[in-house]
Every structure is written in structure tokens, then in C-alpha cells.
Design a protein. Sequence first.
Length: 227
Amino acid sequence: MSGGLDFACVGVRAEPYAAGPTLVFRVRITAGGEDRRVHAIALRCQLRVEPAQRRYSDAEAEGLGDLFGERERWGRSLNPMQFAQVSVVVPGFDGSTEVDLPVPCSYDTDIAATRYCEALADGEVPLLLLFSGTAFRGRGGFQVEPVPWNKEAVCRMPVAVWREMIDQHFPGCGWLRLPRDVLDALRAYRSRHALPSWEATVEQLLDRADEGAPADARVPTAEGSPR
């Protein structure tokens, strides 16, 4: 009878050569029992943010208001949120091994986990890695056993690692998703005014809004009516 598998997160880094923002979690896997030979593991991992597991400055609390509300509500609103879900095939090992778990990330600020990380000034992002899958074990033949859902590992990811990952792909920039009709209207406005960049387009719109520009100077919709 084989023993169980135990998991621990021993590090996390930003992957500099990925096509998009990617974190790489280093996971140690240990096989228990007398027979510690593992042929392979088809491993799944759900990563979850555990916001109740850290403290927040006043500035961070203000930035998190749209996610959790006022501090008075945090006793009820600091609920875990989905960060990512990934799969990896772990090669065979005897006793223990360490594997990299690449996790593609988004800079879409409509995603709750992204907004959460962006609101943190420093410290750590409290993450919980929950494992499942199938392990193939045994020296005299394959013994198939599930990885129980209660297998998990804590990761305290430095906020600096998140910022390093984002800055590798969007240095000094932010990201904003817009409906297609609004984007078409902005594109038409930029073309009509011969503006050299999206930055110049948005800056001119903000300047005109601050100056109380007339309605006909506002950005039109794709159909041509003022917005």
C-alpha cells in the first residue's frame, strides 16, 4: 500500500521569455509510504487568492473598495477569489521532485484577481494552491490513485514579483478593455483630428472635458452621434 502525496510551493518567479505575462510556481512533491516510486502524475492545480490572510494600508483599502466595499464590511466580503487553473504532467521520480507550474496571467482589470494585485502597494499576495489529478505509482506495475482534493499548498507571492511580470510586457503602461463600438468611435476621433497616438487621443479628450467642451466636440459613437 503506497502512502500519499504531499505538496509545497517553494518559490515563484516571473517568466521573462513567455509570450504574455506568466508566473512560474516551483512546487515540491513528496511521495510517502514504503514504495515511493511514482511513474507520472497528471496534475491539476487551482490557484486562489485568500484576501483575508493579510493586512492592508489605507491606500490599499481605498483601491480595493470596488472589490470588497468599505472596511466595515470586510468581515463578510473578504472572500477567496479565483486566480487561475492550470494542468501539468509531472515526470516520474523516486521519493520527491520539484516541478515548474507555469501560470499565464491577465492584465485585464475587469478580472477581480488582477484588480486585487494591482491595488497592493507592497508585501505579499496570499495564494492557496489546491491540487487534484491522477498519480501512476508502483514498482511491480502501475497503481492508479487519485490526488485528493484536500491536497493544498500556501504561497506568499511578493507583490514585487507580480509587478516585475507586468512590467516585462507592459512597461510603464496600463491596460483598458473597451466595447468595440467605443473603440471604433475613438479610432474615428483620432483619425479625424490626426492625433499621433492613443495617449494623445485620450489626453485631448480629457482636456476638452475639463474645459467644458461643447457636446459636438465629444467622442461620437460608431453610428456618428455624440457620446
